[in-house]
Write a protein of this length. Structure first.
Length: 525
């Protein structure tokens, strides 16, 4: 789930511990005041949903870094999800349990074990995917209950999206004390991490054992948070599922972002920031969705990202923490490469020639197509590499070189089964976003697919890896196939294939990514 062009992701410390669920209504006291959640007797969890971690970014706070929450009096109910951030319905696989949609959307959700004598539990903060234009922490595939039942305090976070999360303009730069604009969605995530640092002990969590994770745009967010000096010390481990702000998905320069932003401001007819901030959110959202409007996306703003992330990682300026990351076996499809033409050897070669020009012969050696079956497999590999696998590999490569911490690299291969209603056969491979329910233990929350015993077995293994990594910084544990850290072997790199046959493989795809990097043929976000 990246972008519509690719496919159509506080000032005070905690003052008291929670009233653990010896009663049916758990309570916790955070910087803003007292909260009451819900107790799920079936799962043995306390759940707190719709907790504000920053002030509503509305009116004069639209397009400003998140401000602290205003404290409340009495006990605030945290028993349902807050609103999702402003977004258009661009992804058919998104299912929301949110309380509508609003600019007032900076809420997070906490799942934590109840009646446990143990404190200082490890914490996972998970950022959703959706191309920075859609997504929500209420989606069932991100539900935190399964991981929380395994002794982890699990959190999902809403952050601003699209024009509300990433608009930059000269006027916004001029009014900023840091002379920066854009990246408000990433600053929201950072504010949530600060909230976790100050308040998570009230839910039994250890602020010194925080793992950040995410998929697609959420994974890109993880790589950005690791690169940002503003987030140093707020995370201790990281999980990236398909995507990074590196390689072909580098953030755009601020000068480009402000040019495009200024054109958008003229388009909607606003003559000042005050006028722009007084426009209805729906009007801005609809304008941002028009076909000829450039996408709003992360920016090298000079503040959250003082330099391009690639330069930060190359210099070893990122957070030096253990990293678990990888991509799926079918991140893209040969059909996008062929632009809906029939799969023939001539059409495949013509598509490669059109894209790579003088480098086409080299491309065909790396993505060969001597038969139609080979062309289908190679075209799918090329589409997936250009979409998101290349950026993930670049993140892995650079963190291995300069991160001073272990890197665990995976290749997810489990194809989803047929749909229950019979409308679609099983996927040919592990499609983009297809690993989420497996990794987070949420197959049962998705009734679209006819999950099998084999799927549940894969989920048990994958969830086991994630749990061990969140708890220890190492995915290995009893009953799990051994997963070595990424290291060179036999001319390739050790990588864990996760699927029906989970095992360690030697990955030799580096030549493909080095080629894409050299010819700069990868698509941008």
């Amino acid at each position: 789930m990246l972008s519509r062009r690719i496919l159509l992701g506080l000032m005070a410390a905690t003052t008291a511990a929670p009233t653990l669920a010896s009663t049916s209504t758990p309570e916790a006291t955070v910087a803003g005041g007292r909260l009451s959640g819900t107790r799920d007797a079936k799962t043995g969890l306390n759940e707190f949903k719709g907790i504000p971690y920053a002030a509503p970014p509305i009116g004069p706070l639209r397009w400003k870094p998140p401000h602290p929450v205003t404290a409340w009096t009495g006990v605030r109910k945290a028993d349902h999800f807050g609103p999702r951030c402003m977004q258009r319905p661009v992804f058919s696989d998104m299912v929301f349990r949110s309380d509508g949609m609003s600019e007032d959307c900076l809420y997070l959700n906490v799942w934590t074990p109840a009646d446990t004598p143990r404190k200082n539990l490890p914490v996972l903060v998970y950022f959703y995917g959706g191309g920075f234009i859609a997504g929500d922490g209420s989606e069932p595939r991100y539900d935190g209950a399964s991981l929380a039942q395994r002794g982890i305090v699990t959190i999902t976070v809403n952050y601003r999206l699209d024009v509300f999360g990433f608009l930059a303009s000269p006027a916004l730069v001029a009014e900023s004390p840091e002379h920066a604009a854009g990246n408000y969605g990433l600053l929201d995530q950072q504010a949530a991490l600060k909230w976790v640092r100050r308040n998570i002990a009230a839910f039994g969590g250890d602020p010194d054992q925080v793992t950040i994770g995410g998929e697609s745009a959420g994974s890109m967010s993880v790589s950005a948070q690791m690169a940002s000096p503003l987030s140093k010390g707020l995370m201790h481990r990281a999980i990236g599922e398909s995507g990074a702000v590196l390689g072909n998905l580098n953030p755009m320069p601020l000068a480009q972002a402000t040019r495009e932003g200024e054109a958008f401001v003229r388009r909607v007819g606003a003559r000042s920031l005050d006028q722009l901030r007084s426009m209805s959110a729906q009007t801005l959202l609809e304008a941002a969705g028009q076909k000829d409007v450039p996408e709003f996306r992360p920016t090298v703003d000079g503040y959250f990202l003082p330099r391009p992330p690639e330069a930060i990682y190359e210099a070893g300026g990122q957070a030096h923490i253990p990293l678990l990351l990888g991509a799926n076996s079918q991140e893209g499809s040969y059909t996008s490469l062929l632009e809906d033409r029939a799969l023939t050897l001539d059409n495949y070669r013509a598509a490669v020639q059109k894209q790579f020009g003088e480098h086409a012969a080299e491309a065909l050696k790396l993505y060969p197509g001597p038969t139609e079956a080979d062309a289908k497999a190679s075209g799918t590999a090329l589409a997936g590499d250009q979409f998101i696998a290349f950026s993930t590999w670049q993140w892995m490569r650079l963190h291995r070189q300069t991160g001073q911490a272990p890197v665990y690299y995976y290749y997810f291969t489990q194809a989803r089964p047929a749909k229950r209603d019979g409308s679609a056969a099983p996927d040919a491979g592990a499609v983009h976003s297809g690993e989420i329910e497996y990794a987070l233990g949420n197959l049962s929350g998705n009734d679209v697919f006819a999950w099998t015993v084999a799927d549940r077995h894969v989920s048990d293994i994958m969830q086991g890896y994630w749990v061990r990594f969140i708890k220890t910084g190492d995915p290995n544990g009893p009953g799990l196939p051994h997963w070595p850290a990424a290291a060179g072997k036999d001319g390739g790199l050790l990588r864990q294939a996760i699927g029906a046959d989970t095992h360690t493989m030697v990955d030799r795809d580096a030549a493909r990514y080095e080629f894409l990097q050299r010819v700069d043929a990868g698509r941008t976000l």
